[in-house]
Design a binder for this molecule. Structure first.
Ligand SMILES: NC(=O)c1ccc[n+]([C@@H]2O[C@H](COP(=O)([O-])OP(=O)(O)OC[C@H]3O[C@@H](n4cnc5c(N)ncnc54)[C@H](OP(=O)(O)O)[C@@H]3O)[C@@H](O)[C@H]2O)c1
Length: 247
């Protein structure tokens, strides 16, 4: 695998490889399958892994990291960039630090590199599947939750903090009260859903945008085959000797 370019994040001494491996799968993979996939990714050269409490992939990621160290695939944990996310059921001021510590325990790490608010909302119950009942969806206490995220960074539980699925309006709210600005906004972006306004906003504010579902998320929850099956994208890729996904 060619060297993966890195990007600097505001407020973070460690740079982030711009290509990472997502660890979410639906239905969730069993622990051994997930661990093996992550180990293979490390062998292939991936150094950035994206997990979340909600994915159930924190534990297999932790086991894969431990095994990669034992096998000498990486010299130290610092060789990896690990992102995890605060799930909406824990999105209250007093739950942020304990929830971050719970994720660290799952991954068996002292710190993650990036801790994100998974979504700009709070759920008053744990959920097993989507869609969820409207009654359990509540507005996010942006100030309280962001203070909790900042505390995680100050305590050294994470090197950087950020958000996911935030609009320009929601980001304005965070920026208006933040002592540490969000380093990243992880959102859905693909050739058919380019989020131009959000990208321009984030660029102006120094917030790095990470794209998820860049190939269009053809899964049972959302998404379709429009990217992978696009004739235009296939022609562009073919001209460069690549598959659509590679390009
Ligand atoms: N922050 C958030 O709210 C959020 C939301 C969604 C995802 N994410 C993150 O983003 C990661 C990636 O999500 P994703 O939706 O892109 O899921 P994905 O399962 O990695 O890929 C989605 C689709 O792309 C296809 N695909 C993947 N690699 C391909 C290849 N090399 N050639 C052809 N088709 C390929 C898959 O096809 P097959 O099914 O045939 O393999 C699947 O249909 C997740 O694991 C998670 O870490 C974050």
């Amino acid at each position: 695998m060619a060297a993966i370019p890195q990007v600097s994040l505001i407020g973070c001494e460690k740079s982030m490889p711009v290509i990472g491996m997502g660890t979410s799968s639906y239905p969730p993979a069993d622990l051994e399958t997930a661990k093996t996939a992550i180990l293979e990714a490390i062998k292939a050269g991936y150094r950035h892994f994206d997990t979340a409490f909600a994915y159930g992939s924190e534990k297999p990621l932790g086991e894969a990291i431990a095994e990669a160290l034992t096998l000498g695939l990486i010299k130290s944990r610092d060789d990896l960039f690990i992102t995890t996310k605060l799930w909406c059921s824990f999105a209250q001021r007093d739950q942020i630090v304990p929830t971050c510590k719970m994720s660290l325990q799952n991954i068996k790490l002292d710190y993650v590199d990036l801790y994100l608010i998974h979504m700009p909302l709070r759920l008053s119950q744990m959920i097993q599947k989507t869609p969820v009942d409207k009654e359990i969806i509540h507005p996010l206490d942006v100030k309280g939750v962001w203070e909790g995220m900042e505390e995680c960074q100050k305590l050294g539980l994470t090197k950087a903090i950020g958000v996911s699925n935030f609009s320009c309006k929601k980001l304005e709210e965070v920026l208006s009260i933040a002592k540490i600005p969000p380093a990243v906004n992880q959102v859905e972006i693909n050739p058919a859903w380019q989020q131009k306004q959000l990208r321009e906003f984030c660029k102006a504010k120094g917030i790095h945008i990470t794209a998820y579902s860049p190939l269009g998320a053809n899964n049972t929850n959302w998404g379709d085959n429009r990217i992978i099956e696009s004739d235009v994208l296939a022609d562009i890729a073919k001209a460069r000797g690549k598959t659509t996904a590679q390009h």
